[in-house]
Design a protein around this ligand. Structure first.
Ligand code: GLN
Length: 454
């Protein structure tokens, strides 16, 4: 813990931590020491972690990187962080992210962007998003591991951009209670770690049934670490033809082909598969996610949480709401709220929201069909490129940024587990990641396949 705290002090330029909690960390570490001395050391005893700012942490600022939550200190602890701390983990502080987890570059944060510790010719790169601070902190050794959340790729894309491992479990594996909601039918928490074994150990502590989240699954949590044998002989790995996108960089094609060869060499059977509705995934996601976000973000009204705008003489409650939301939300969040309310409005509900829900079912069925044909896991690139430069997309059409999520959003729409594993460096020396998608509830198997790729 002390080593991490001093590393954090020297790394402000990375912008990874947005609230540092050194006193809390030292107290937790001492308590962990006492448990070890008493011979009662749980799995994560004394392990220093960074916590994404989206998790409510009791008495500690939890702002979802938004101005509107300025001053908000929750009275409660999220279920996932409660479980991690019960397992002995230590909290070093809260980590940077895109505002309300909306973004793929960590540039929508009210605190300013986090920076990728990897560089090319001194060009500053994004660590990805939305869990950019988590990725940057793990990659730069500012913690042993971090929590992330993934609604459309926010664990897997930043993991790929920074050369670390990140898994989004099956929807319902981790409780969403106490995590600031973005799109409730897609959101899942997961670990961001240095390798697959750490991911297995940390995921086990994060999972489990929680009566406080009605979508949390009442299923036993296996010992994921014990399932890491590295033996994948006889497993069937599907390669989806629709993920060969036009204009995909040669380095990504090569990474994918090399990964396929590695799995084959380890004894897996490789089959070509088709997921025919893939091309509708991005538009479907960018209707459903903003729709749910516009509803979830209605609670930030200047009354219940965080910041309230100054109002003028003669202003009523409506003006107070309007000013608070206009000042408190950044541009990307406002865009999502507007898109969301539009697709949910009486005149357009059927044309957009309901249509998107139907297409979502078809996307899910594509996966069910290939799993029914005996496919155990699906291998794809995690991202369509290596990390891009900070500021590079600032003036681009927002849809350019959304294209980053092309390989990851399908997994959330279908509720499946997906993992990003660093498998090599690209032509400019930057890390690249491959994604493995597994059957629902079979994270242990998925982690073991990822272990064979590592
Ligand atoms: N980049 C995606 C978005 O902006 C995904 C974000 C996430 O997974 N939280 O919506």
């Amino acid at each position: 813990t002390e080593a991490c705290l001093s590393a954090i002090e020297g790394a402000d330029a990375l912008g990874a931590y947005v609230h540092k909690t050194p006193e809390i960390a030292i107290d937790m570490a001492k308590a962990a020491d006492a448990r070890i001395k008493a011979g009662d050391a749980p799995d994560l005893c004394g392990l220093p972690l960074g916590i994404k700012d989206l998790f409510c942490t009791k008495g500690v600022a939890s702002q979802a990187a938004s101005r509107i939550l300025e001053g908000f200190k929750p009275e409660y602890e999220s279920t996932v962080t409660t479980q991690l701390f019960d397992a002995g983990a230590v909290m070093l502080g809260k980590l940077n992210m895109d505002e309300f987890a909306m973004g793929s570059s960590n540039e929508t944060s009210v605190y300013g962007n986090a920076v990728n510790p990897w560089k090319v010719d001194d060009r500053q790169l994004t660590p990805g998003g939305s869990s950019g601070g988590s990725a940057s902190a793990v990659a730069a050794d500012l913690c042993l591991a971090a929590t992330g959340t993934d609604t459309g790729g926010s664990i897997r894309q930043p993991a790929a951009f920074t050369g670390i491992t990140g898994i989004k479990p099956t929807y319902g594996r981790c409780s969403r209670w106490g995590i600031v909601a973005f799109a409730s039918s897609l959101d899942q928490a997961g670990p961001m770690t240095k390798d697959v074994r750490d991911a297995a150990i940390m995921l086990e502590a994060m999972c489990g049934h929680d009566p406080k989240d009605s979508t949390s699954a009442d299923l036993a949590v296996p010992n994921f670490e014990a399932m890491l044998t590295g033996d994948i002989k006889g497993k069937t790995i599907g390669i989806p033809k629709e993920y060969h996108m036009d204009g995909m960089p040669a380095e990504i094609e090569k990474l994918w082909a090399d990964g396929t060869e590695m799995l084959k060499a380890a004894g897996a059977k490789i089959v070509d598969i088709s997921l025919p509705h893939t091309k509708y995934a991005l538009p479907t996601y960018y209707v459903i996610a903003p729709a749910e976000a516009s509803s979830n973000l209605a609670r930030y009204d200047g009354v219940r949480y965080g910041r309230r705008a100054q109002i003028g003489k003669g202003d009523g409650i409506t003006e107070m709401y309007e000013k608070t939301r206009a000042e408190g939300f950044g541009h990307e969040v406002q865009r999502r709220v507007m898109v969301g309310t539009y697709v949910l409005s009486a005149g357009f509900y059927d044309a957009y929201y309901n249509r998107a829900r139907k297409v979502r079912t078809l996307i899910k069925k594509d996966f069910e069909d290939v799993f029914a044909q005996g496919v155990d896991a699906i291998l794809t690139p995690a991202t369509p490129s290596a990390a891009f430069g900070l500021g590079e997309m600032q003036n681009a059409d927002p849809v350019q940024m959304y294209l980053n999520d092309v390989f990851t959003v399908t997994v959330n729409l279908a509720g499946l587990p997906g993992i990003s594993v660093p498998t090599g460096l690209g032509s400019t020396g930057l890390p690249l990641g491959l994604q493995l998608i597994g059957r629902p509830w079979e994270e242990g198997d998925l982690l073991n396949t990822a272990y064979a790729l590592e």
